[in-house]
Ligand binder design. Structure first.
Ligand code: 5GP
Ligand code: ZN
Length: 117
C-alpha cells in the first residue's frame, strides 16, 4: 500500500531504528539525521516516515507530509545555526538519486556555488 514501509529500503530501516543514524530532529511524520558521507560541514537528510520513492511522488500523494518535511528543513537549518544553506531533492538516477525513499538534503556551513553543476 502507498506509504507502507518497504523491506528493502534503507531509509525505512532508519525510521524503524533497524539501521543506526545520528538523528538531529524527529516529528510525528519526519526524521532528520546526518548524512553518512557529508558534502558540507552540515549535511542533514530529512525524510518522511512514510515510504515514497521520491519527492514528486510524496508531494502528489501526501501534500501535508510534504509541507511538514519542508518546514523541517528550515527547523534543521535554524538548529544548526545556518545563515545560508541549500535544500536539494535529487530526483531520478540522472540527478544523483541513489536512495529511493524521498529525502531532502540540507547543506550548509561552507560557501555553496551556483549553478551547482
Ligand atoms: P541521494 O544520492 O539519493 O540524493 O542521497 C542519498 C544520501 O544518503 C547520500 O548523500 C548518502 O551519503 C546517504 N546515505 C547512504 N547510505 C546511508 C546510511 O546508511 N546512513 C546515512 N546516514 N546516510 C546514508
Ligand atoms: Zn523507504
Amino acid at each position: 500500500m502507498a506509504g507502507e514501509p518497504q523491506d528493502d529500503c534503507l531509509f525505512c530501516k532508519v525510521v524503524a531504528g533497524q539501521v543506526p543514524a545520528t538523528v538531529v530532529r524527529e516529528t510525528e511524520t519526519t526524521v532528520a539525521f546526518r548524512d553518512i558521507n557529508p558534502q558540507a560541514p552540515t549535511h542533514v537528510l530529512v525524510i518522511p516516515r512514510a515510504h515514497y520513492r521520491d519527492i514528486a511522488t510524496l508531494a502528489a500523494a501526501e501534500p501535508a507530509i510534504t509541507a511538514d518535511l519542508l518546514k523541517e528543513t528550515g527547523e534543521v537549518a535554524a538548529q544548526e545555526q545556518l545563515d545560508s544553506y541549500r535544500v536539494v531533492f535529487n530526483t531520478g538516477s540522472g540527478a544523483g538519486q541513489t536512495v529511493w525513499h524521498a529525502h531532502a538534503h540540507v547543506l550548509g556551513g561552507r560557501g555553496l556555488q551556483w549553478p551547482p553543476g
